[in-house]
Design a protein around this ligand. Structure first.
Ligand code: SF4
Length: 569
């Protein structure tokens, strides 16, 4: 291992608190991989939770590896061309298990980069005994693992807290009994709910290339992969395990307060993937906060719907009473009231994020956002009145049935909020900035909007430019957005089936050149991205059962469809 890299690893570990380093010997070894930078990966609570759960198993050790970065910046580097783990600096090919944590589809190509740098065959069919078992989990895979089916030996879908300890026991037994790889995989598939071994299922296609069905390769395998959700969220504590200063929000101790959201906005993957909505008790959260306060003076409350927590006020008051600051990712607009804003102000919060999602009421109704323009303006006014100096507003464009008037509505709503800010502050400099985060709507699997097509990315890009130019001369309003090309890629990787793996292979071979890869592979990506799916077709993720009935998804889809058509007529 290169001595410069070794030094960097050592320096990172010196700055971290809470990592685990076990001495290699008889342990079953797991390398937990994050296919993006150290800075991003270490801010991910799910990644940290898996690290903790595996290291808690007495016969397992877990180390970490991140995507190698090309820049030589100590903040980002934790990998190299050779791919060594952070804790013991072992080659990742030496581990028994290589476990990827995936939250974001656009990280999929990075998995192939990491496997290839480690000298591990990319395709599961080429990975013989002696290579690590390559496994994956995370929300992106829980929604639709199929585009990665050829690269992974196994997926652990859903919430890992229950499945992981069970997985480690079956793995350990298989080792003791000397089972080969294929026996181990079959046992894992049969014994653990939420485990999906894609190689044990064949996908049948029809003559028109649509999916005909999923066929288990053996009679006693389950027809569908049923995802279990943990019932008592208080039994598991998801909080920062390793404090690392060189990461996103590194000055903040993160602790989970809730999982799932009962509001079921039609586009929201988190709401449908983590059902039902569950809230950790204030008692458990405060115990976690106490552990955090030993390390840091800022506490970040994390969850799908933090502002819906019934004891949020009490929890925030507790944090402030300890002379600490509180951070809340985003607040539900209809939950903003004087009390919560006062607490944020007392906690020296300078930026509050709100998610109107759309400018017009019709678009918000299609999304089932259940808030009015009045609610949005009232919430913004309250924040401005209380001298919160920065607002961040999230909007989506490219929604079903969207017209230019809906884009004008985003501009109009933002201008109204700014106008109100100037009035309330009498032009004084208490109010600093509105940041508009404008992103393309991407239909997500397992949600009621899954049957819709992605809007044309060039057309959506034009709409985003319209918003940018509306505020181009305004120093108080800043518009940020994703690059349209990556929205297309994200939609392809979200909505694709197993055959998309061939495109990923080509992208890898062509060093990231997607355009060339699309030309080389005999698959039409537009068929996944730009085609509205029919209600009777088999979707690539239909064999994953998250517990929401197809009937209720269809019913919600139809309501959105009717609203989008009324809008256009
Ligand atoms: S309120 Fe937020 S978290 Fe809840 S379903 Fe809607 S978008 Fe998702």
């Amino acid at each position: 291992m290169d001595w410069k890299l070794k030094k960097k690893y050592e320096s990172l570990l010196e700055q971290e608190r809470g990592y685990v380093k076990k001495v290699w010997g008889t342990y079953n070894t797991v390398c937990l991989a994050f296919p993006n930078s150290y800075r991003t990966g270490m801010a991910n609570l799910g990644f940290q939770a898996v690290y903790k759960i595996i290291n808690e198993q007495p016969s397992f050790l877990c180390e970490r590896v991140f995507l190698p970065m090309s820049c030589d910046d100590a903040e980002n580097i934790t990998g190299s061309a050779e791919m060594f783990s952070l804790e013991s600096q072992k080659s990742i090919a030496e581990f028994d298990i290589l476990a990827f944590s995936l939250s974001f589809e656009n990280d999929y190509p990075h998995i192939l980069t990491m496997l290839s740098k480690a000298g591990i065959p990319l395709l599961t069919k080429d990975r013989m005994q002696g290579f690590p078992l390559v496994i994956g989990g995370g929300i992106a895979l829980t929604l639709n693992p199929e585009p990665l089916a050829d690269f992974f030996d196994l997926f652990i879908l859903g919430e890992a807290e229950v499945a992981l300890p069970h997985f480690t026991r079956v793995f350990e037994d298989a080792r003791r009994l000397g089972h080969d790889r294929s026996t181990l995989l079959k046992n894992l598939q049969k014994q653990i709910p939420g485990v999906y071994v894609p190689g044990l299922y064949e996908v049948k296609y029809r003559a028109d290339s649509r999916i005909d069905g999923f066929v288990p390769r053996e009679a006693d395998l389950p027809q569908k992969i049923k995802i279990n959700h943990i019932k008592d969220i208080n039994s598991y504590c998801t909080e920062e395990v390793i404090a690392a200063p060189q990461v996103e929000m590194g000055d903040m101790y993160l602790t989970e307060v809730n999982r799932g959201c009962a509001r079921s906005c039609r586009f929201c993957a988190a709401s449908f993937a983590y059902r039902p909505a569950r809230y950790r008790s204030a008692e458990e959260i405060i115990a976690s906060i106490d552990r955090g306060l030993v390390k840091k003076k800022k506490i970040g409350l994390v969850g799908t719907a933090v502002s819906d927590h019934p004891e949020l006020i009490q929890i925030c008051e507790y944090i402030l009473a300890q002379n600490a600051q509180v951070g809340i990712g985003s607040l539900r607009i209809d939950q903003i009231n004087e009390k919560i804003v006062d607490l944020m102000k007392a906690g020296r919060i300078e930026t509050v994020a709100l998610a109107p999602e759309a400018g017009s009421q019709k678009m918000r109704d299609i999304l089932r956002k259940d808030i009015t323009q009045e609610d949005i303006i009232q919430a913004a006014e309250l924040l401005i009145e209380k001298e919160i100096p920065n607002l961040r507003l999230y909007f989506m464009v490219g929604l079903p049935g969207e017209e230019d008037s809906d884009i004008d509505a985003i501009i109009d709503l933002t201008s109204k909020i700014q106008h109100s800010a100037l009035l309330k502050t009498c032009g004084k400099r208490k109010f600093r900035r509105i940041t508009l985060s404008v992103n393309q709507f991407i239909p997500k699997p397992q949600t009621p909007l899954q049957w819709f097509a992605l809007a044309n990315v060039s057309e959506t890009g034009r709409k985003i430019k319209k918003i940018i130019s509306a505020f181009a001369r305004d120093k108080q309003i800043n518009v940020i957005s994703d690059v349209p090309k990556w929205n297309y890629v994200q939609a392809l990787l979200s909505l694709g089936d197993r055959r998309v793996g061939e495109i990923l292979m080509a992208v890898h071979r062509l060093e990231g050149n997607w355009v060339k890869a699309f030309k080389e592979v005999n698959i039409n990506p537009d068929d996944y991205v730009y085609r509205r799916k029919s209600l009777d077709e088999v979707l690539p993720w239909d064999m994953i059962d998250l517990g929401t009935s197809r009937k209720s998804l269809i019913s919600e889809y139809k309501k959105a469809q009717v609203l989008s058509e009324i809008h256009l007529s």
